[in-house]
Ligand binder design. Structure first.
Ligand code: ATP
Ligand code: FE
Length: 367
């Protein structure tokens, strides 16, 4: 079964073709970084305009790269929510009109369910895909969630952010430190800045900065909180009372990234405890969403889960928790994940009507 999928919930215009035997035949993402960069968050009218301009090109390219015509497509999927209403409507109207005109089945998908199920598409083989129940950490621009997935459609939120998402917090710190938008966005620019070798002309680093402690918000609780992390960066720069040297900027960036990643590791372990207390044995952890492409996070999570397994009572062999990350290009928004999340419904003949509504606000617990 071959699906053409469209995604336009935020600032990327995406079209992809995926098959029921887990092949991604094309995966087109047209970014809008340069439009939203200077102002900060996504400005909906600008994003909607760009989606309207870009969607026809995305669809055309997805078909060309897959060497297909619409007649080779068996079904059409789109993102039904959550997201910015006007943005969602561009992808959904295109999908509905194509499906109706060509008399093809249509399925609307939950965007975060799609992030959560991406690893089932991208695991190296069908036998290595995560098994239910698994725990998923959804870390993106709009969400920071720890979720227990018990089937393709049943999700239970264990923790969510009390203020802003970890992705936005990376974006804000990158902006505070004056980093440039890279090809992969501000969060990735911050990661690259942390990793880069210091140059000879970085200047001195004030001792205070390199030893400054970041907070551990909501310690012991399942919920997340990131607002205090970037305000710590702000406060520290204000205390400095002069423009920071490059060395100081890098020290702050590293401490921030370290604190954000430490929080994600700590809350994941608490979520595993919560599952165990409910008698649910979790053998797989799936991390997805844009922040999941962060290499430092990937390393630290692996170490953290190994330490967790070593502490647990059963033998380490049994207790090892598999950790799955989609490839970087499928961590951030893409339509391949939308097509894949719709696949089980196409295969079951469970289609949506052509006039189905959008759900800009839609909890992953209410799929
Ligand atoms: P949502 O999926 O919640 O609707 P979104 O679709 O805007 O939000 P994604 O595309 O999944 O979000 O992720 C984008 C976010 O991920 C941005 O905040 C970006 O800064 C962050 N991000 C991307 N790459 C990295 C990285 N390497 N390190 C840290 N953060 C990153
Ligand atoms: Fe997303």
């Amino acid at each position: 079964f071959t699906v053409l999928a469209l995604e336009s919930s935020a600032d990327d215009t995406c079209a992809a073709i995926v098959t029921s035997d887990r092949r991604v035949l094309s995966n087109v993402v047209i970014k809008q970084h340069q439009l939203h960069g200077p102002t900060g968050g996504i400005y909906p009218p600008t994003a909607i305009d760009a989606h309207q301009r870009n969607m026809p090109h995305a669809v055309r390219r997805a078909l060309q790269e897959a060497k297909m015509t619409m007649h080779d497509v068996d079904g059409i999927a789109f993102t039904r929510g959550p997201g910015i209403g006007g943005c969602l409507s561009v992808g959904s109207n295109a999908a509905k009109s194509l499906a109706a005109a060509l008399d093809k089945p249509l399925v609307g998908v939950h965007h975060m369910q799609a992030h959560a199920l991406t690893s089932l598409l991208t695991a190296p083989s069908a036998s290595t895909t995560p098994r239910f129940p698994f725990l998923t950490l959804l870390v993106s621009g709009g969400h920071t969630l720890s979720v227990l997935a018990t089937s393709l459609t049943s999700f239970r939120i264990l923790g969510t952010t009390a203020d802003e998402s970890v992705g936005r917090s990376f974006d804000k710190v990158a902006r505070i430190l004056g980093l440039e938008w890279g090809k992969r966005g501000l969060g990735a620019a911050l990661e690259d800045f942390c990793e880069a070798e210091p140059t000879t002309d970085e200047g001195k680093c004030d001792g205070e900065i390199s030893s400054f402690a970041f907070p551990h918000p909501m310690r012991g609780r399942l919920d997340f909180s990131f607002a205090s992390l970037h305000s710590t960066v702000d406060r520290h720069l204000a205390l400095l009372g002069r423009p920071p040297t490059l060395a100081e900027k890098r020290a702050l960036a590293r401490e921030f990234q370290d604190a954000a990643v430490a929080q994600l590791c700590a809350k994941l372990r608490l979520a595993l405890d919560a599952c165990a207390q409910r008698g649910v044995t979790v053998g797989d952890v799936v991390v997805s969403g844009g922040v999941a492409s962060n290499r430092y996070l990937r390393t630290r999570l692996r170490e953290s889960l190994d330490a967790y397994a070593a502490l647990s009572e059963s033998t380490t062999e049994d207790a090892r928790i598999e950790l799955a990350f989609p490839p970087v290009e499928l961590c951030t928004d893409n339509a391949a994940m939308i097509g894949w999340a719709a696949m089980h419904r196409f295969l079951a003949g469970d289609y949506d009507p052509y006039d189905i509504d959008l759900k800009p606000k839609w909890s992953i617990e209410e799929i």
